[in-house]
Design a protein around this ligand. Sequence first.
Ligand code: ATP
Length: 270
Amino acid sequence: MSETLSRLDRARILAGLSDAGRAALSRLEVIPVLDSTNSYLSAGANAGWPGGAVCLTEQQTAGRGRQGRQWLTPFGASLAFSLLWRFNRPPEALSGLSLVTGIAVARALQNQQVQGIGLKWPNDLRWRGRKLGGILLESGGVGERFHVVAGVGLNVALPPKAGEQIDQPWVDLREITGNSELDRSQWAAGMIDELIRTFIRFEAEGFGGFVEDWNGFDQVRDRRVRLLLPNGAASGLARGVDETGALLLEAADGRITPYLGGEISLRLES
Ligand code: ATP
C-alpha cells in the first residue's frame, strides 16, 4: 500500500453519502481482502440480500474483467467496489445498464474536478487513451429474485511494479490529478452516491434518457473502429449509440448497424 494513502474508512464513507444515497443503502461493508467484490455480492444476492448492498475492498486477489479477463487490484492502490441492485424492471428492459454504470463513474470523477475522463464503448473508463478503470456487470436469479451486481475498479495509485503486469496502456488518479494523497473514502462516497442516483434514474428512464450523457463522454465517436464479435469482426466508423445503448457502426457503404452484447469488444483502428 502506498504510504500516502489512508485505509478505506466505513464511517467516513457513510458520512460522505447524500441523504438519498444513505436511504437507498441496505448494507455497506469494507473488507480488507477479497477474491472479488462482485463474487462477494453475487453470493449475497443468491442468499437473498436486498438491493442497495455495497461492498468495498483494499485488494482483490481474483479481480475480474469482462470475458474472464483479469483485473489487477493491488492492496490499497485502487477504488474497488460493487453495488447489488434489484430493479423494478424486467431483465430485458435493462439494456444499456453497463454503459450507464460507466456514465455514473465518469460523472463522479467530473464532480471531483478530474478533467478529460472519457468512455470507450461499452464501459471502459479512459483518460488520454489510457485505461483508468473498468466495469463488470453480472446478473443472476429469476423473476422477483433477479439481481444485478455492478463492479467498479479504478486505479488510484498503482505501484509501478504491479502496473508492469498490465498488458495495455493504463493510468491512475495520482498521475491525472498530480495528487498522491487522495482521500479514497471521500471519493468512494461520491461514486457510490452517483451510482445509486443513476440507477434510480435508469429505473425510470431506461437508457433512452442517457443518450445525451453518453455523448458527452464518448471517446470513440467518428473514429474508425473494429468490433470483435463472438464469431467474427466488423469494421467501420463509430457513430454513437442508439436508445438501447447499442453501438452504431457505419460501414463503407454508409449503412449503419447497431451492435449490442456483453461479448463484443471495441478496438480503435486509428
Ligand atoms: P474491452 O474493451 O472488451 O472492455 P479490455 O481488454 O479492456 O477490453 P476489460 O474486461 O475491461 O477488458 O479489462 C480487463 C483488461 O484490463 C485486462 O485484460 C488488462 O489488459 C487490463 N487491466 C487489468 N487490470 C488493470 C488495471 N488495474 N488498470 C488498467 N487496466 C487493467
